[in-house]
Design a protein around this ligand. Structure first.
Ligand SMILES: *Cc1c(COP(=O)(O)O)cnc(C)c1O
Length: 410
């Protein structure tokens, strides 16, 4: 019998000062800042090639060797499908560009890309013997954590602002999480999760406060590269809250480069997109800062972007700058319009967070920041159906008992 090595993790590394910490044991932050998972990429490159992927299931777990789980038996899965990468000619024409693609993450379990991160974090929690988890959420993370915790048979506590979209409030409870509403913002919820740790004995799964959600979200970048036949696009637009999606994708591209799997060494310009209602990262970018400052009155219909304080702010800004991209904000009052355009022009259920990317893209095309001939990938991070509050639609009613005036129907 030949034993195939599937785990290449060497250690964890502090993102703020490079300190090495051991893997295989519970880790959180170092000096209050996140950790990277590091792999022996030379050994990985010798043990497999990118062509080995072709025969594997269409799932994030096809990148097994680039993921941290040691024992397959610990994988907690709801069958995370590879998400489609779709050409959007009508929406592209509306914007005046040729090559717009949307990667539709709304197809994942619980209707958002948060499934990738939570599948990984809950699998690692299981591997490390954790049985009770908690996290604050601005929306979709709570539902995803609750679903994966249910799948793993773990106890789960969710804390969210009381004005979180109604679908997010109910889905967490429906998946069996003990769900609490807080009269405050996501960072107030996060503080409670931290304070309750000792009394409640839970593990804190907050964005970037454990090392593995990034590794799950990294699979978006791996998948995109594979779907584009190992040639990356010119630009990627990504809605940014806590930042794990953008940071994870940038890490994916670095690892693929080290493995020698990319056709073309040029990496995409990463555009971190926010709303003018809550734009700490784009404000810091513009000011030339590496760390962000919390905005005074964070408000946006794109609930996933209502994150005034991001513990990985410098990781987002470093990635954006290293890529030659920018952190930009769309006007809050344009989001619903862009959401409607994308849904009606392409039939793609675009969430308001990704509508912010469309606002940024429109502006970037007009200013010359993005060229109309470039290939641009925009991520749809969640399903429009989860944002009932953002649907401003008045539907006319017809009286079927009376003769219809068909001339009035248009
Ligand atoms: C959480 C979330 C975001 C922000 O993602 P980060 O990786 O935390 O920056 C964007 N869109 C949706 C739909 C989300 O749920």
């Amino acid at each position: 019998m030949t034993i195939t090595k599937t785990n290449f993790v060497t250690h964890l590394e502090s993102a703020i000062d490079g300190t090495h910490l051991p893997s295989g044991t519970i880790q959180t932050l170092h000096e209050g800042r996140p950790l990277w998972v590091r792999y022996d990429l030379d050994a990985l490159a010798q043990s497999m090639s990118r062509d080995d992927l072709q025969s594997r299931p269409q799932s994030m777990w096809r990148y097994r060797e680039l993921l941290p789980v040691v024992d397959d038996a610990n994988i907690v899965s709801l069958d995370e499908t590879m998400t489609p990468l779709m050409r959007c000619p009508r929406l592209g024409a509306k914007l005046g560009m040729k090559n717009l693609l949307i990667k539709d993450e709304s197809r994942l379990p619980t209707g958002s890309f948060k499934a990738r991160g939570m599948a990984m974090a809950i699998s690692m929690a299981k591997e490390l013997g954790i049985t009770r988890v908690a996290a604050p959420t601005a929306g979709n993370a709570g539902g995803a954590m609750a679903a994966y915790a249910a799948r793993a048979g773990m106890e789960c506590y969710v804390f969210m602002p009381s004005d979180t979209p109604i679908v997010n409030r109910y889905e967490a409870a429906l998946y069996g999480a003990k769900t609490y509403l807080i009269d405050g913002l996501i960072n107030d919820c996060g503080r409670l999760v931290g304070e309750g740790k000792e009394a409640m004995g839970w593990f804190d799964l907050s964005t970037l406060k454990e090392p593995y959600r990034i590794e799950g979200k990294k699979t978006m970048g791996l998948e995109l590269a594979e779907q584009m036949e190992w040639k990356l696009p010119d630009a990627i637009l990504y809605p940014t809250g806590g930042g794990t999606g953008l940071i994870g994708m940038w890490k994916a591209f670095a690892e693929l480069t080290a493995l020698g799997w990319l056709e073309d060494p040029i990496k995409p310009r990463m555009y971190s997109c926010q709303s003018s209602g809550c734009a700490p990262i784009s404000n810091a970018f513009e000011a030339g800062e590496r760390f962000a400052t919390a905005p005074d009155d964070p408000h946006t219909i794109a609930s996933g972007l209502r994150v005034p304080v991001a513990v990985g702010d410098f990781m987002i800004l470093d990635a954006v700058r290293a890529s030659g991209g920018k952190a930009l904000a769309a006007q809050e009052d344009t989001l619903i319009g862009w959401m409607n355009e994308a849904c009606a022009l392409e039939g793609i259920a675009l969430c308001p967070e990704s509508a912010a990317c469309l606002g940024v893209l429109d502006h970037a095309l007009k200013s010359g920041e993005i060229d109309p001939d470039e290939t641009v990938v925009l991520f749809n991070t969640g399903a429009a159906q989860k944002y009932v509050e953002a649907m401003e639609v008045e539907l006319p009613t017809l009286d079927h008992t009376k003769a219809i005036d068909w001339a009035s129907i248009h």
